[in-house]
Design a protein around this ligand. Structure first.
Ligand SMILES: [Ca+2]
Length: 296
């Protein structure tokens, strides 16, 4: 009997150790990326941006600043060190003042630029200039309050998010589930929430809607990439709850999910907030990983 108990204790220890040895997925995308292309041979170094303007909401959590993909392309005949300056009108601040990289002919380097809006910044359009020795690309930055955002019908966009816990080994801020970026790329780099309580449930993620809103649909995007598929790393079971008249009520339930996206439709309710109550994830490495939540 004593031997059996000892064997069980060892088994329990092994199980725990195996869990600890199977940590959450590490960051999978570097912020700076160099990609090949075809040089036009003009000798120019051209600034590029992922959008022709950037909307930077006012009053959002500083952990989730506005984000723009920036870069430069070399049309030189030979490889060189390329440098681009990033100029941004104050009081806005950017995560980098310069982008520099070794670039073979035809190659392009890209990086994420984070733009922070300090409290008290006036609404309006601010200048962002990407300067290489050859060219300047201007990308206007529009500072608007959250209430003035074009949210495309998504009532959760840029609203305040709170979570039951937050993993601290990397960048998993709760506000990242309402930043408008549904992509699993950039996991652990600020584009998704990971809770801090492995294999302990429930985990909750709440989004305040900025007032009473009629809601009838919630879409949840969980971690889902080729390397980290939702069927192994995504959320499996959760309740969708709406705060109606100060009370949380369950309006939808999802069970057995293995997809990257799950849509829940329900009878319309007038709610101040919506929350996801996560109950289980897929696989043994049980954390809750949410990329985005959209509310309509
Ligand atoms: Ca996101």
């Amino acid at each position: 009997m004593r031997v059996l108990a000892a064997a069980l204790a060892v088994a329990a220890t092994v199980t725990t150790t195996a869990g600890a040895l199977d940590p959450e997925p590490p960051p999978q995308t570097a912020s700076v990326k160099v990609e090949p292309g075809v040089s036009k041979g003009t000798g120019r170094l051209t600034p590029v941006a992922g959008a022709d303007r950037l909307v930077a909401p006012l009053g959002v959590d500083p952990a989730c600043p506005a984000k723009l993909r920036i870069g430069m392309r070399s049309d030189a005949r030979k490889a060189a060190y390329a440098t681009m300056r990033v100029e941004l009108d104050p009081p806005l601040t950017s995560s980098r003042a310069m982008l520099t990289s070794y670039l073979p002919p035809g190659y392009q380097v890209g990086a994420n630029l984070l733009v922070a809006v300090p409290p008290g910044t006036a609404q309006g359009t601010y200048g962002l200039r990407l300067r290489t020795p050859d060219r300047t690309l201007e990308v206007p930055v529009e500072v608007v309050p959250v209430d003035g955002l074009d949210n495309g019908g998504n009532l959760a966009l840029r609203r305040p998010v709170t979570a039951s816990s937050q993993h601290t080994n990397a960048n998993y801020p709760p506000c990242s589930v309402a930043d408008g970026d549904r992509s699993s790329n950039g996991w652990a780099g600020g584009n998704g929430w990971n809770d801090a309580t492995a294999r302990a449930w429930p985990d909750t993620l709440s989004i305040a809607l900025g007032g009473a809103r009629q809601v009838s649909r919630v879409d949840v995007y969980t971690l889902d990439t080729e390397r980290y598929p939702a069927s192994r790393y995504g959320v499996r079971d959760w309740d969708v709850q709406a705060q109606v008249g100060g009370q949380w009520q369950t309006v939808a339930q999802v069970r057995g999910n293995t997809a990257g996206t799950a849509r829940s439709d329900f009878a319309p309710v007038t709610a101040d907030a919506v929350r996801i109550v996560a109950l289980a994830s897929n696989g043994a490495n049980d954390y809750t990983r949410v990329i985005e939540v959209e509310v309509r």
